[in-house]
Design a protein around this ligand. Structure first.
Ligand SMILES: [Zn+2]
Length: 62
């Protein structure tokens, strides 16, 4: 029986925790590097986790 002092962060259901992706825009710069843009998950804003609801709902059962 492990007791967690803090609840584990909930993984974002929209991106399954994979919150950021680098997308190539095509072409390379003068150094030969791929140009990329970073797209973050809209729901979690790139954090990969969902903020827990208000603390009052955790232990309350009705
Ligand atoms: Zn997300």
């Amino acid at each position: 029986m492990a007791h967690r002092p803090t609840p584990a962060p909930r993984i974002c259901p929209n991106c399954d925790g994979f919150a950021s992706a680098a997308i190539t825009t095509g072409g390379r710069d003068a150094h030969g590097h791929l140009r990329t843009i970073t797209a973050d998950c809209r729901s979690c804003h790139g954090t990969g986790t969902v903020r827990r609801p208000a603390r009052a709902q955790d232990g309350a059962r009705a």
